[in-house]
Write a protein that binds this ligand. Structure first.
Ligand code: EPU
Length: 296
């Protein structure tokens, strides 16, 4: 149901009726009724404060690369559009949450700073990477995180160093309602050519084992402790299993791909089918790694 929004919210930069197909890498989903795109922290804070005052639930969108949206979303959606500037201070590099994650890894390499090479194949924004504690090749963001800034669900702006319990495998406490604003990573001096070669190698490795030429949302399920979701789905014989235009990738079984005209419902059905089959064959319940949105 469409709900009128207060004037102070409507004064913030926003667009209406944007298809999620254009906001997510998987290319499915209904319509985003309200898309708020603040260009500065104070606008993002004004958004959260107004939503809290109105008891209005909202969602935070990053690069849309780890997201499956089911149906239309009437709740206001926040997508930061901060100026795309990195700041270097010695061995520290800071990025606004709307900065591209892969681009940050590439810029770090260009600066001759080592430590972010693992991130070179992980799409989305740095804010999404923080929220999910993104990782690859046995490394994850929290390993290099120096400080981070965020808004609490109450609209309070906090800057802090990571503390035990705040980040875990593909998880951070920045759950629903929190807004990641920026972070600083602490890197080490390295040889620029070697770092850039490592960045290129990681991109290539990902490209050779993952179906990056098709629309996808990265790995769909988390790896259960001690095993790989991709291997379990593969062993269940599900590679190539298809519902409409949504398919379990024949290249990497933990990727679902959109052959062009898939719908969110087809992806939801495919995920259910995969979970059921893996549970039946292996007795293991897979947990989604992607975020799933639907109207409350
Ligand atoms: N495997 C199969 N069949 C498959 C896919 C994989 O048998 O269809 C086997 C591989 O042969 C390998 C093992 O499963 O022995 C692990 O596969 P892979 O090296 O591809 O890594 P993964 O555990 O599937 C994780 C991350 C990826 C990240 C890669 C590279 C998760 C859920 N996935 O994948 O992250 O790119 O390692 O570090 O943690 C993502 O988060 O969206 C993502 C794609």
């Amino acid at each position: 149901m469409t709900r009128a929004l207060p004037d102070d919210l409507l004064k913030l930069p926003h667009r209406t009726d944007v298809p999620f197909a254009r906001l997510t890498t998987l290319g499915v989903g209904g319509t985003c009724r309200w898309l708020f795109e603040p260009t500065a922290e104070h606008e993002a804070q004004a958004f959260v404060t107004a939503c809290v005052r109105e008891s209005l639930p909202y969602r935070v969108l990053g690069g849309g690369s780890n997201l499956v949206v089911l149906g239309d979303i009437e709740m206001p959606v926040l997508r930061l559009r901060f100026p795309a500037e990195l700041k270097r201070d010695g061995l520290k590099l800071s990025a606004p949450a709307s900065f591209g994650h892969i681009r940050m890894a590439q810029e770090a390499a260009r600066e001759g700073l080592s430590g972010m090479e693992y991130a070179s194949g992980i799409p989305g924004t740095t804010g999404g990477a923080l929220r999910m504690n993104a990782g690859a090749y046995g490394r994850e963001l929290v390993d290099i995180l120096d400080t981070y800034r965020f808004l609490t669900p109450g609209g309070e702006l906090v800057e802090k160093r990571p503390a035990p319990g705040e980040f875990n495998y593909r998880w951070s406490f920045l759950a629903r309602g929190f807004v990641a604003l920026s972070f600083t990573v602490s890197l080490i001096e390295g040889d620029r050519d070697r770092i850039q070669a490592q960045v290129a190698e990681n991109m290539g490795k990902r490209g050779s084992s993952q179906p990056l030429s098709k629309r996808n949302a990265g790995c769909i399920f988390k790896n259960p402790t001690g095993t790989s979701a991709g291997r379990l789905i593969d062993q269940a014989g599900l590679k190539g299993f298809r519902i409409g235009d949504a398919e379990v990738s024949p290249e990497h079984a933990n990727f679902l791909v959109n052959h062009g005209h898939a719908t969110a419902t087809e992806f939801a059905e495919l995920m259910d089918a995969v979970r059921a089959k893996v549970l039946e064959m292996h007795g293991i319940e897979l947990e989604p790694e992607v975020e799933i949105w639907q109207e409350d």
